[in-house]
Structures are given as C-alpha cells and as structure tokens.
Design a protein around this ligand. Structure first.
Ligand SMILES: [Zn+2]
Length: 250
C-alpha cells in the first residue's frame, strides 16, 4: 500500500489521513470532487481566456473598409491586345493591392471580384456605400489606337469638383503610383463615369497602356505589377492619412 494519499496536489502522509478514512469509498468521493472542481476551474479559465482574446482582437479590429475593384471580368475582357486581356492584368494588380492592405491592421480591404467573373458596374460602386467604405478604387489598364502613347492617369467622375475627396484621392494616388513606377504622368482627369453610383470618395486608376508594347510587357511582368500595387497601396494610405490625421504611417 502507498504511504501517501494525494488530494488537490497536497500529499498527506498516510498517518494524517482523515479520521474514519475508509479506503475505497473516501478515495473515490475525493477523486470525484477533484474532477468536478477541475472541470469547473477549467471552464472558468477558458471562458476568461476566450473573452480576453475577443477583447484584444476587438481592439485590433480593422476599422477602415476600402473597396478595391478589378476592372471588367468574365464576359467583359476589357481591352485585348496581343493576347493580353485587360481583365487579367486588372485582377492581378488588384489582388496584390488587396494583399498589401490585408497586412495592414488598420485596413479592412474588400474586392468587388477576386475571380474572372462579370459584375455590373453600378453594383461594384454601390458596394462601397453598402459597407460604408472610406474609398472606392477601380484598377484598370488603358488602350488606344496610338501605340506610342503610354503612362498612368487617374479618373474622377465629372460630378465631383476639384478639391473634393474624390479629387484628393485621385491626385494623391496618381502621384504615388507615378513615383513608385517611374511611368509617364498623364495626370488626373474627369469625365462621366459609373463612379457616380457611389457616394463614397471614388477614383479609377489606369495603370498603363496595353497598346504600348513596352508598357504592355511591363504590365504583364509580376515584378512591375508589384511596383504598381505598392504605389496604389501607399497612395491609399497617404490619402487616408491626409483626411484623418490619426491614421498615420505605421
Ligand atoms: Zn478598362
């Protein structure tokens, strides 16, 4: 027989066993009590830890939602030049911007599409209203009948006036992407676009011309796509910092 009885981690010498100690009956009831207390303590601790982790994740919860749109998709390829479909370039760059934004705790990025599907233009822009986004940005590639034309330009819907948030977003973005890529700066432009479907600040960045052979080669190069995406991401952060001083660079 063992000289000690172990209860709640306290080892009692055999001679200090409770008076009336009766082998099996007492041992079993003590073990049962121990198990019940251990289970209750375990549940209490796990509830505490769960609430604590929820509280800390709530503190870190991204608060600024941004909507990123990859232009075209599905039945709508956008411009198609030398086998390169604009919708694929748009999606590749938009996904990279999304990944960069996802790594930033302050941002909650959403994409209008993350696959080769078609979504109506109005629905894309209205998503920004539905999720109360801080901004809507469509990412597209350009094309024209002029193979020598190249460069980056950012568009704003004509319902906006220079100086309003959409123009600020477009100007900050434009200079950020141009600075990052070294591409020709074609400036911020305005015309009637579907972007008036959202009340949120909205812009459309044309990241280069697929009709320029040199720029088309760059736009299909993952390294250059990464530079464009970095420029767009930094432009978004710079714009958000500009409109909200509490949102600064990490
Ligand atoms: Zn397009």
């Amino acid at each position: 027989m063992l000289p000690y009885v172990c209860l709640f981690g306290v080892i009692l010498p055999a001679e200090r066993r409770p008076v009336g100690y009766d082998g099996n009956v007492h041992t079993r009831s003590m073990i049962l009590v121990s198990v019940v207390i251990a289970v209750v303590l375990g549940v209490a601790v796990s509830v505490f830890l769960h609430e604590h982790s929820e509280a800390s994740s709530a503190m870190k919860k991204p608060s600024i939602t941004i909507v990123l749109d990859a232009g075209h998709g599905g039945k709508d390829p956008g411009a198609v030049v030398a086998g390169v479909k604009e919708k694929d370039v748009d999606l590749a760059v938009a996904k990279r911007v999304f990944s960069l934004a996802k790594e930033d705790d302050r941002l909650n990025p959403m994409m209008t599409r993350n696959a080769d599907i078609y979504i109506a233009l109005g629905d894309r822009a209205q998503l920004a209203d539905e999720v109360d986004a801080a901004l809507y940005l469509s990412i597209q590639a350009n094309a024209c009948d002029c193979p020598d034309v190249e460069g980056i330009e950012t568009w704003v819907d004509e319902i906006h006036s220079p100086g309003d948030p959409s123009w600020q977003l477009a100007e900050i973005l434009q200079s950020s992407v141009v600075e990052m890529t070294g591409a020709r700066d074609r400036g911020v432009r305005s015309q009637e676009l579907y972007l008036h479907s959202t009340k949120r600040p909205a812009a459309l960045v044309e990241i280069g011309f697929l009709t320029s052979k040199e720029e088309r080669n760059k736009l299909t190069d993952p390294v250059y796509q990464g530079m464009v995406a970095q420029g767009i991401f930094e432009g978004i952060v710079a714009y958000l910092s500009y409109i909200d001083r509490s949102f600064s660079h990490p």
